[in-house]
Design a protein around this ligand. Structure first.
Ligand code: SIN
Length: 277
């Protein structure tokens, strides 16, 4: 079997065939997948009924794994974050975000496996932030290049949801205490490809430093709208046992919350990253 990548759009996303992620993947194939991720930003694998352990084993080839400080995780394998959404646990990832940018060192990648899906709906969209940056005019690129912005955990994880519930309160308060707001560059350079991508996201970015409130609000509103233009995005219609693998350094994603009262269960393994520059 040889690994093949089939593009989904000219610049973003590819479907990968020729690999079985329920089995150990050879070093050569891992290198090919890593290269494919750099080229396509988001990779999709169909028909991969991985166990949580197999999902972690695959993810670990790309780095150490992150344990989410707030979201539910598998008790026996906390490196697997469980996004089990239904009427009793409402989806909250229906906004454009890059995962965990409230950390000094946001993740390198996310690996998401579809475990249970609604009969229809529950798609996920990804945006290519390099394509979004490249499409900006030179004067706007120049304006953004030296700026930094604040990212805050409580923007996507508000106390109203997490601190009011006795089951989640203590863990939430520890996470907030451990993650004060952080500054990241508004334009991030990919550490391997050297490409520049927009690094502000609706989920966590609260303010651009050095601007007035009105300037920051307007510029962020423009950038959030710009990055989600259809030209830079793809939309994935899940089947059970699909896996999506995205480069979290240069993408954002949005999980469409159109399936309630049906249930949707996803497992995410998250690979640690480094400090954006
Ligand atoms: C995520 O927001 O990390 C997961 C996206 C999804 O549930 O589709």
């Amino acid at each position: 079997m040889s690994i093949l990548f089939k593009r989904i759009t000219p610049k973003t996303g590819a479907i990968v065939t020729g690999v079985d992620l329920t089995k150990p993947v050879s070093a050569g194939d891992l290198k090919i997948i890593e290269q494919g991720l750099l080229e396509h930003q988001i990779l999709f694998f169909r028909d991969q009924p991985v166990t949580p352990q197999q999902q972690c084993d695959f993810a670990r080839f790309f780095g150490d794994l992150h344990i989410h400080p707030i979201y539910p995780v598998l008790p026996e394998l906390p490196e697997i974050m469980v996004i089990d959404t239904h009427e009793g646990f409402l989806p909250d990832n229906d906004n454009w975000h890059t995962d965990v940018t409230f950390s000094q060192t946001p993740p390198l990648a996310g690996i998401l496996a579809a475990k249970q899906l609604p009969s229809v709906g529950g798609d996920t969209l990804w945006a290519n932030t390099v394509a979004a940056y490249d499409a900006l005019s030179a004067p706007i690129q120049k304006l953004l290049d030296g700026l930094t912005a604040v990212h805050s955990v409580s923007k996507s994880f508000p106390p109203s949801r997490w601190a009011n519930d006795p089951d989640t309160k203590e863990r939430y308060e520890r996470a907030v205490a451990k993650h004060p707001p952080v500054n990241h560059p508004v334009v991030r350079t990919h550490p391997v490809t050297g490409k520049k991508g927009l690094f502000v996201n609706h989920g966590f970015t609260t303010r651009i430093n050095g601007l007035s409130d009105a300037e920051s609000d307007h510029l962020l509103a423009f950038l959030f709208a710009h990055v989600s233009r259809p030209e830079f995005t793809i939309r994935w219609n899940w089947q059970v046992n699909d896996i999506a693998f995205w480069d979290n350094r240069i993408t954002q994603h949005y999980a469409v919350a159109d399936y309630l009262p049906e249930r949707r269960i996803m497992h995410r393994a998250t690979v640690n990253g480094d400090k954006p520059f």
